[in-house]
Design a protein around this ligand. Structure first.
Ligand code: AMP
Ligand code: MG
Length: 333
């Protein structure tokens, strides 16, 4: 690897892009979630075993790119994760980010808004949790709840005390889609890529996962009675998700529908979507100009002079030469 160049080869980058393209909702297309997407799909990967290998290399790739993103400091990335209950958001975050330096990641989860949050415009609380340049931010649920749970339960809107509400509900959701698209456009234009992943779970797999949460004592805490109440509104959620995907998959921030019945596959998909974005950003370690290089050389000479008796002037350089001499060119930088 040449210094400053990303770790992927062009062939790898192409393979990841091709994989991700299949998950993308074409901007402007009309989505019917239950017809258009199969939650059990595992196209492109042979089996769970191969999947584990791919995820491992994906995690390493993400770690490398995250270091570059942090060093480059001009871009930030926001990964928005949406799913129905038991869709696997928590596990996806745990696995996909497992190799990444925690200092470069900021995870925010969103629950029912507090009175304090409701005293602001609806995007306010999401704005507060945005990543900085150099960071990967993850939204575990996101501003999209404002056109999902709020749409399925319009009584939640009353708590938002909106003046000048459009005459029809439908017009209100159109307006929200427009506002969200504009907000994401603004973020993208200013160096923050918005990456959107929807974990698409089947109704039967949700049933099985809920039962597991009831059957396994260590998982009981994850189950709540409201989960079953929301499940009863399955069709309403499917409709709300379909409309959201159709209206907010944009050229600057497209949606990705990830088949989520197989957790191992969903995790690879999420990692691939994130990796693709980072490859596109192509962050670089800052280059040093000749003057700074010269200053570094002077500092180096001073430090070498300070070597105590018997010590090598530059023990690190000696060690490195040793590695290279033993075929240990690990291509680590
Ligand atoms: P969980 O992610 O399982 O801890 O649950 C969080 C809960 O907060 C879910 O039931 C969401 O539907 C709910 N929630 C998240 N955002 C909003 C919102 N903007 N308005 C109302 N409820 C929300
Ligand atoms: Mg829950």
């Amino acid at each position: 690897m040449k210094n400053g160049r990303a770790r992927t080869t062009d062939a790898q980058a192409e393979r990841i892009a091709g994989f991700v393209d299949r998950l993308r909702v074409e901007p402007g297309s009309k989505v019917n979630l239950s017809k258009d997407f199969d939650p059990a799909r595992t196209v492109g990967i042979k089996n769970k075993k191969e999947g584990r290998e791919i995820l491992r290399s994906g995690v390493a790739l993400l770690a490398d790119y995250q270091r570059r993103l942090a060093a480059d400091g001009s871009h930030g990335v926001l990964l928005c994760l949406q799913a129905l209950d038991a869709g696997g958001k928590d596990g996806t975050i745990r696995h996909v980010m497992s190799g990444v330096n925690p200092q470069g990641v900021r995870v925010a989860g969103f629950r029912v808004p507090s009175a304090g949050e409701l005293a602001h415009d609806y995007l306010w609380r999401y704005t507060r949790e945005l990543p900085r340049r150099g960071e990967i931010g993850i939204f575990n649920r996101s501003h999209y709840e404002e056109v999902l749970v709020v749409r399925v339960h319009p009584e939640l809107l009353d708590r938002q005390r909106l003046p000048g509400r459009p005459k029809s509900r439908k017009a209100l959701w159109r307006r929200r889609f427009r506002e969200i698209n504009a907000w994401e456009r603004y973020l993208t234009d200013n160096g923050f890529r918005v990456v959107k992943v929807f974990l698409n779970l089947s109704k039967e797999e949700q049933r099985v996962r809920f039962l597991k949460r009831i059957d396994v004592p260590e998982r009981n805490w994850k189950f709540s009675a409201s989960d079953v109440r929301e499940r009863a509104r399955w069709d309403d959620y499917q409709a709300a998700f379909s409309d959201m995907l159709s209206a907010t998959s944009t050229p600057w921030a497209p949606w990705h529908v990830v088949p989520a019945d197989h957790k191992w596959y969903a995790r690879i998909c999420a990692a691939a979507v994130l990796a693709r974005t980072l490859i596109e950003i192509d962050p670089h370690y800052p280059a040093i100009d000749d003057r700074s290089r010269h200053e570094l050389e002077l500092e180096k000479r001073q430090l070498e002079k300070e070597a105590p008796a018997g010590a090598a002037a530059d023990p690190y350089a000696v060690k490195r030469r040793g590695h290279q001499g033993h075929g240990g060119d690990r291509r680590r930088r």
